[in-house]
Design a protein around this ligand. Structure first.
Ligand code: URA
Length: 201
């Protein structure tokens, strides 16, 4: 199976994930699961937390107000959104955008793991605390788990089964939705990404 077929299979399995604690909520709200979008050969993969209202209404990741800030940050560092791949830890929206629960993380992350295996990104950008904690633990970097404001913009090295990768935890772009002054610190983190992208592989 090629990458697109493998990603399609992941999507079909998430769509049919009736055992998810968020499945009933999805159906009742006539919402969509949000699997991911972008370049299947991307060097950079962004992992957010969970779909919000707009994402669940459209099935597209980061298409609401936090997404607008993500797109703006990418433009500022000269990266086109269509060149990266964007997904989330949870593939369904938690009610009222509450934090993901451990059992929800457990049921959805095997799909994330498979997305990583398909895309084989050289750089994984973790947006916010939940993505950072999950990915740092997965890549045996548990000692790097600290408050997101402390590790924001760090370029860490991890070992994937397809080679060495860089992992960059960033504050979630939603921090700047109601507080525009946070854009400055957010941009500093994205500049780390730009630096990591320009470094030799
Ligand atoms: N916040 C996220 O973490 N992911 C989205 O897709 C949208 C908002």
């Amino acid at each position: 199976m090629n990458k697109t077929e493998r990603l399609k299979k992941i999507k079909e399995e998430v769509v049919a994930l009736t055992e998810s604690p968020l499945y009933k909520e999805r159906v009742e709200n006539k919402a969509f699961p949000v699997i991911g979008e972008g370049n299947h050969n991307a060097d950079v993969m962004f992992i957010g937390e969970a779909p919000g209202a707009r994402e669940a209404a459209t099935g597209r990741p980061f298409c609401g107000s936090a997404g607008k800030i993500l797109t703006e940050m990418l433009e500022k560092i000269g990266v086109r959104r269509e060149d990266v791949y964007i997904t989330n830890i949870l593939k369904d929206r938690p009610p009222k955008n509450r934090d993901p629960l451990p059992e929800e993380i457990k049921i959805y992350t095997p799909f994330l793991e498979r997305q990583i295996e398909v895309i084989c990104p050289r750089i994984i950008v973790c947006l916010g605390r939940f993505a950072s904690e999950y990915i740092l633990e997965k890549f045996n970097l548990k000692e790097e788990i600290k408050p997101i404001s402390v590790i924001h913009g760090n370029i860490l090295k991890g070992e994937a089964n397809y080679g060495q990768i860089k992992i960059i935890p960033l504050m979630h772009p939603a921090v700047a939705v109601y507080n525009q002054s946070k854009k400055k610190v957010l941009l500093e983190g994205f500049l780390s990404l730009k630096k990591a992208m320009s470094e030799k592989k």
